[in-house]
Design a protein. Sequence first.
Lengths: 215, 215
Amino acid sequence: MTLTEENYLKALHRLSQGEEPITVKRIAVQLGIKMPTVTSMVRNLAGKKLIKYEKYKAIELTDKGRRQALLILRKHRLTELFLKDVMGLGWEEVHDIAEQIEHIQSDRFFNRIDEMLGHPKFDPHGEPIPDANGKLPFFKAFPLSGCEAGKKYKLTGVLDHDAGFLTYLNTLGLTLGSSIEVMEVHGFDRSMDVLLNEKVRTVFSFIVCQHLLVV
Amino acid sequence: MTLTEENYLKALHRLSQGEEPITVKRIAVQLGIKMPTVTSMVRNLAGKKLIKYEKYKAIELTDKGRRQALLILRKHRLTELFLKDVMGLGWEEVHDIAEQIEHIQSDRFFNRIDEMLGHPKFDPHGEPIPDANGKLPFFKAFPLSGCEAGKKYKLTGVLDHDAGFLTYLNTLGLTLGSSIEVMEVHGFDRSMDVLLNEKVRTVFSFIVCQHLLVV
DNA sequence: TTATAAAGTTAGATTAATCTAACAAATTTA
DNA sequence: TAAATTTGTTAGATTAATCTAACTTTATAA
């Protein structure tokens, strides 16, 4: 598989997580390319039985395609954790590097990372790490955006891995495991007044709330 | 720079180490591609001022090109040492992985590796590691092929990084620092009878002797 | 339910990196 | 030094991944 094909599979997998069907348009937006490029690539991927594709219809990953995507995701997430826990980088800087290292072809390399980390189940953003067969560990967590006022939660994951967003969380002292108490939910813009780690009061926009996973 | 351009620069640098002038033919052989491909790529590299090139003449790296090549070599060699000393891989398996990781674009990543290793001067094969400015540390060592019978040397480097060759050295118990005593040099094929680590007697072909650096 | 807009496809061009076939220059050898 | 060999170049084709322009299909709205 080429690097480009791997990136399409990753995008396809990410898009398959939501409710909406996967369309040519959404893939194009996700990858920042034009629709005709996507049309020709999905024909290629369909030829390799990695996706199910019929003109004008929604696109779906096949089992084979999903497996491939999850194996790349495994390499990405193991790398992120390795960069953070072994190499001491911050959670806001690991994504871009892992984006490159995930394409390295070497079972030996990634198995050794897996071993050194003790076969971890979650990456530095709280995302589950698929096992060597592409199976995801069970995990429950829900976005803060659906939570009620007056309750207290624990941060277990973030859905936006962008350095800017994570650096913002750093300035608030928020890390995985931090407590988040919802003080009030504002109906007009669905923003929330929150108390972080029992000391920092601030306001989270709805977008921010959607990107924070809690239990 | 593209991945392909980086690989040409590495090949160019390697070829520039020997006596012979760099020719289109030698580059083609080194990279396992055809001559016309090389012709078009050297015109490209010359356009970027990375090499000096005139039709039918020998090719030379410019200072800019050499610097670039050495920075890639730095990433390659730092990675090899990291894979061996931090991740516990064998010196026979690090080359192929480093060949891929050397193209990662991240100063942060490689500077962290450099730090973790304590700014090392040599890689697992005894090759010198260029500094962040592309400067090579001074080092003296010569191939065993030029050595005399009756003298004792210390292995400080290997010039062939192929897994097969290094595994062969492993079976002989040879590592960097091992002693090699030259018992006899045979004129007919320039092979040598040697005593390794004061205990193992064997015969080295001329090719093997050329690939072992000693002091 | 037809008109308009949005999404998708086709056709054809472009760029990087490769190739083969044919030709030209340089080098070696007789 | 002329012929033969090796090396190098040019021309033109190929593949993967991208693009724009033009056209078609599907979905939305009047």
